[in-house]
Design a protein around this ligand. Sequence first.
Ligand SMILES: [Ca+2]
Ligand SMILES: [Ca+2]
Length: 327
Amino acid sequence: MATAFGVFTGILSTISFLQSNIPSNDGSSSKVRVFVGLDGTQGLTNAGGDAPDIRQFNNNPEFLGANYDPGYIGSGTYKDIRISQNRQQPVYTLLTANNDAICIAYLTTYAFAGNWGHTCGQDWYYSGVYQDNKELECVWIDGNGDRPVTAFHVKWPEFNENGYATTDNNNIQSKYCDSPNALNFQYGNDPGTIYYKRDAASSTRSYPPPIGQLHHKAPVARRSMLDNRLVKTSRLSQSARTLCESETSSGPDFVNLAEGLYCNMQKKELMPTCTGILGETCFDVERLAMKVDGIIGGLLNFVKIIDWGNGTDLADTADKAFDIDLL
Ligand SMILES: [Ca+2]
Ligand SMILES: [Ca+2]
């Protein structure tokens, strides 16, 4: 796959690379391959699901074409999604999730590795899919609230032949995670727009498809209202406060043990975890219950505890799901 691609060495080679690798049979379509993680990898489950909507944009970026609701991708497999468009190069590709979440290990027209989810602090997991003998991570996307990311775009020339950064490590965060140009994750309902910065001086602009080509789906009921799972983590990068204070976040209740905060995602209510002080109002991590003025309230009926661990020990980062009766 991606290893057959040339290395980006400059504008000229980038152009020839793009032109020679657009897999188009008749000059009227482009193709994006979406490869998803393999169920069973460190407890990965339901990695397959609905293929994302794909929108292609040229370098300006102007909308070129799209394929909406392109079908299903099985666990550990890929789907080639064909997009009807003119002969212009698709430089930006926007992937918008549908309702059955998928965990993306890699993408090609050119190359993008699912590891970017982890690198940029998004919802990720181990994929069980290998590239050059190295296991890729996958990034989760979902359209109706089971996972926080609903869409992301990639600007293909910003990624090397293996789908990684073209900059040195010091610039990865600023170029790929903090600026919307090369890569941008979105969390809203059915995003159809890409956001980018032409340069640092100009403001962020959005480029939706022209009126008439806009694709609207009926807003979906976000499942977070019914989600009675709890995610536990000790990773400082996964802040319960950040998640709770974000208007666009959705998903299971979330407790960060290192941060000492619990977020009731339905109410978007932040609460400290209990420390043993008399009379405190807090979330009791052991008993899975709220304490008000030191008195245990009703038990919270979590059906699953998803333990993301501390991010350093593979055994502890498995997406474990416990029956509540076994705790
Ligand atoms: Ca799924
Ligand atoms: Ca879903």
